[in-house]
Write a protein that binds this ligand. Structure first.
Ligand SMILES: Cc1ncc(COP(=O)(O)O)c(C=O)c1O
Length: 401
C-alpha cells in the first residue's frame, strides 16, 4: 500500500497580513448573505460518538456539506458570495444591502445589467457559480479539465450555463477562463484561487466558505463542546483550507485549534512547499491522476498560502486508498452514529484520522499532533456522492482499496 507522507510546518513566518481576509465581521456578512437565500439551511454537523470511542478520541464531528443548497458540495458558498460582492462594488453598495430578494429584483437587474461569469472547475465550484448565476439572472461559462465525468458536466449544463470539457488540466482551464473573460464585454473571472494581481474575488470566495466554518463553530457550541482541539481540512489550491484556518485563527487567537491540511498525493503542492521549508509556493503539474477530483490542483492560492504557512501544524499527502477508506467509514457508521454520504474529495480527512489513530506506522504523527481521548476533532465532508456511480463502485464494490 502506498504510504501517506506528512511534514511538520517549519516555514518562516510572515507578517500574516492575509489573515484579515477571514476577519469575523467579513464572515458574518457572508453568513447573512447566504441566510437570505430561500434554499438556505445550516448543513448538519454529524457527531460520531461510536467512531470517536473506537478511534480513542474524545469526539469526532463531521460537517456534512452534501446538504448544501441541494448541490451536494460546499463550493456554492464561495461563488455566490463573490458574485454578490462584485455586484455590490459595481453598483456602489455594501454587500450587506444585497440580500437574495434585492439581487433578484427587477430594479437591481436594470441597474447592474448582465455580466458573464467565467470559471474553471473540476465540477463543484463551476456548478455553484452556474447555480448562483442562474438564480441571479446572470450568465456563466465554465471550462472543465480532461478526466471530468459527464455527470459533473451535465449538472452544470442543467443550470443554463455554457460548459465544456477541455483536453487540458485544471490549471490550464483557469488560464482559458481568464483569457476568454478578457475578450468578452462585461466578462468577469470568478475563480476559486488567487494569483499575483488577482486577489479580490478569490478573497471574497474564501469569505463565502467562512459561512461553513462559522456554522460548524456554532454547532460545536450547541453540542457543548466549544473550541475543537484539532481540525483536518482538505486542499486543492488551498482556498478552503485558508478560509477554515483563517476563520478559526481569528476566532480563537489565544488558543487556536491544531490544523492538519490534507492533499491528494497526486497534487500535493502545499505539502511540497512545506518540505522545501523556504516559504515559497511550489507547483505540481501534469495530469494529476486521483479519485479526489476536487483536490487535483497543483498551483497554490497565494492568499491562502500566506495564511497556511503562518498557522498550520502539519501538511499531509494521501494516496487514493485513504480517501476510499474514509468514504466507507462514513457510509457505514457505528450503531447510533449518523451516516455521512461523503465523496472522494470529502472523506480524505476521515481516512487520515483513521490511519493516524489505528496504524502503527503513523504513531509518530499521532504524538506530534497530540491526538488522544481529550481531543475533539472537526472534519469537513465537503461533498456528497457528486459522482454517484463512482461512489457506489468505491463504497459498495470496494474499488481503490
Ligand atoms: C469537494 C471539494 N472539497 C475540497 C476542495 C478543495 O478546495 P480548494 O481548491 O479551495 O483547496 C474542492 C475544490 O474544488 C472540492 O470540490
Amino acid at each position: 500500500m502506498k504510504e501517506i507522507k506528512w511534514a511538520v510546518n517549519e516555514m518562516p513566518k510572515t507578517e500574516d497580513s492575509q489573515i484579515k481576509v477571514m476577519a469575523l465581521e467579513e464572515v458574518k456578512k457572508a453568513r447573512a448573505f447566504h441566510e437570505s437565500f430561500p434554499q438556505y439551511t445550516k448543513t448538519p454537523l454529524a457527531r460520531l460518538s461510536g467512531m470517536a470511542d473506537w478511534l480513542g478520541i474524545g469526539g469526532v464531528y463531521v460537517k456534512d456539506e452534501s446538504y448544501r443548497f441541494g448541490l451536494n458540495a460546499f463550493k456554492v458558498l464561495g461563488g455566490s458570495f463573490s458574485m454578490a460582492r462584485y455586484i455590490a462594488k459595481q453598483t456602489g453598495r455594501d454587500v450587506s444591502e444585497l440580500t437574495y430578494d434585492v439581487l433578484t429584483s427587477r430594479k437591481l437587474l436594470d441597474e447592474f445589467g448582465q455580466a458573464t461569469f467565467f470559471t474553471a472547475t473540476d465540477g463543484n465550484h463551476g456548478r455553484g457559480v452556474a447555480w448562483a448565476a442562474n438564480k441571479l439572472g446572470q450568465k456563466a461559462v465554465v471550462y472543465m479539465p480532461k478526466g471530468t465525468t459527464i455527470t459533473r458536466l451535465n449538472n452544470i449544463l442543467k443550470e443554463n450555463a455554457s460548459a465544456t470539457i477541455e483536453e487540458v488540466n485544471y490549471d490550464e482551464c483557469v488560464r482559458m477562463a481568464a483569457a476568454a473573460a478578457a475578450k468578452t464585454p462585461n466578462g468577469v473571472v470568478v475563480q476559486d484561487t488567487a494569483w499575483d494581481g488577482y486577489e479580490e474575488i478569490p478573497s471574497w470566495i474564501m469569505q463565502g466558505y467562512g459561512t461553513m466554518a462559522m456554522e460548524a463553530d456554532e454547532q460545536l457550541e450547541e453540542y457543548g463542546i466549544g473550541r475543537p482541539t484539532h481540525i483536518f481540512i482538505q486542499a486543492g489550491v488551498g482556498s478552503l483550507a485558508g478560509a477554515v484556518q483563517g476563520y478559526f485563527a481569528n476566532r480563537y487567537p489565544d488558543h487556536p485549534p491544531v490544523v492538519v491540511v490534507v492533499e491528494s498525493d497526486a497534487a500535493a503542492c502545499l505539502y511540497k512547499g512545506t518540505v522545501a521549508k523556504d516559504g515559497q509556493p511550489r507547483i505540481v503539474d501534469g495530469d494529476m491522476q486521483t479519485i479526489m477530483a476536487g483536490l487535483a490542483c497543483g498551483e497554490p492560492n497565494t492568499i491562502s498560502w500566506d495564511i497556511l504557512k503562518n498557522h498550520v501544524k502539519v501538511f499531509a499527502a494521501c494516496p487514493d486508498w485513504v480517501s476510499a477508506r474514509g468514504m466507507r467509514m462514513l457510509s457505514a457508521p457505528f450503531k447510533g452514529d449518523p451516516q455521512v454520504v461523503s465523496g472522494e474529495s470529502g472523506a480524505v480527512g476521515m481516512g487520515l484520522l483513521y490511519c493516524i489513530m489505528k496504524m502503527e506506522e503513523y504513531s509518530e504523527l499521532r504524538e506530534v499532533l497530540g491526538l488522544n481521548k481529550e481531543s475533539n476533532v472537526l472534519l469537513f465532508s465537503t461533498e456528497g456522492d457528486t459522482d454517484p456511480d463512482r461512489y457506489k463502485k468505491i463504497v459498495w464494490e470496494g474499488k481503490e482499496e
